[in-house]
Ligand binder design. Structure first.
Ligand SMILES: Cc1ncc(C[n+]2csc(CCOP(=O)(O)OP(=O)(O)O)c2C)c(N)n1
Ligand code: SF4
Ligand SMILES: [Mg+2]
Length: 304
């Protein structure tokens, strides 16, 4: 496994700056998606951020955002969002702020919180029909602490805690949310900015619990050169590994159906976390298993 997976954030070059005192790794796909989302949402926002890589964007008392930022424990961001929303509603009711001064309540977490530690708080927030947007940047592991596996880690991926390849399977967070009948759910990726912007514009107009789930190509955790970040993101869509879709009004619609899907191998063989599938010998059966899972997904989409 490539050494880069074990590199600590403090050792990384602070080349991707959003503002004074803020840094993430070069080529960070999560930061790219958040940047694009923020461009659409603007500064009338309160971000409620659970511990993870993006927490490092903020160095108290500064953040790179011109809106507000609240930091919470990993499992509690949706509970924090409830407090923020309630406070804003009380201020509105007491006419201490006008409707124009109201702020959007936005939870921002990694997959470790969204697929695992925060699921209970998320479920409660959806049950209460909390008016909030949940943004999950999914780098498929506990990135900030050295890329241990999470509920989002894909089958066979090497992580710091699955050195021979992850034996579990990536949870389907999209379906988990849909089962709770929220107002809106969408998958996005920073390398499809138009698709992303359209979905954020839509999410902005809707009230209630909403999820934006962004695949976040992660050079440090996945083991690839930062300059390949955009290519890896595009391959995730072109191979069909990351379906772009949305759920609204009880229906699931795919916003992009990849025509002439590329073999999954083209996505896998560029990342050190899957290198054991190619070296020293090619593990055809494992690669075929991944291909079959992806084919099965798209067959089900085609035949309803
Ligand atoms: C309850 C708890 N356990 C462990 C930690 C240590 N910790 C801080 S960030 C982090 C990783 C979070 O992973 P994820 O949510 O996927 O975000 P990423 O780091 O990948 O951005 C962990 C385990 C913590 N802050 N709280
Ligand atoms: S570890 Fe990955 S998700 Fe975290 S800042 Fe670096 S590239 Fe981004
Ligand atoms: Mg993560």
């Amino acid at each position: 496994m490539n050494e880069s997976i074990y590199r600590r954030m403090k050792d990384l070059p602070s080349t991707h700056l959003l503002g004074a005192g803020t840094a993430a790794c070069s080529g960070c796909g999560g930061l790219q998606a958040i940047h694009e989302i923020y461009d659409v949402f603007g500064n009338k926002t309160v971000f409620i951020n659970a511990a993870g890589c993006m927490t490092l964007l903020t160095v108290y008392p500064f953040t790179p955002f011109s809106g507000s930022w609240l930091y919470t424990a990993m499992g509690s961001a949706p509970a924090g969002a409830q407090g923020v929303r309630d406070a804003l509603d009380i201020l509105l009711e007491k006419k201490r702020i006008s409707k124009e001064e109201d702020l959007a309540t936005i939870v921002l977490t990694g997959d470790g919180s969204a697929y695992g530690m925060g699921v209970s708080a998320t479920s409660g927030a959806i049950d209460r029909q909390l008016d909030f947007l949940y943004i999950c940047y999914d780098n498929e592991g506990y990135g900030n602490t050295g890329q241990q596996y999470s509920g989002a880690t894909p089958h066979y991926a090497q992580t710091a805690t699955s050195k021979a390849g992850y034996t579990g399977f990536k949870k389907d967070l999209f379906s988990l949310w849909v089962a709770n009948q929220p107002a809106y759910v969408a998958t996005v990726i920073g390398t499809e900015p138009l698709d992303l912007a359209r979905k954020i514009e839509k999410a902005k107009q809707i009230k209630g619990p909403r999820l934006i789930l962004a695949l976040a190509p992660c050079p440090t955790g996945w083991g690839f050169d930062p300059k390949l970040s955009s290519e890896i993101g595009k391959l995730a869509v072109k191979t069909g590994i990351w379906p772009l879709k949305e759920y609204i009004d009880g229906k699931i619609v795919h916003s992009k159906i990849p025509k002439g899907r590329l073999p999954v191998e083209e996505y896998l063989n560029k990342q050190d976390r899957f290198s054991h599938l190619f070296k020293p010998d090619k593990q055809l059966q494992h690669i075929n298993n991944i291909q079959q899972q992806v084919d099965h997904y798209w067959d089900a989409v085609a035949y309803g």
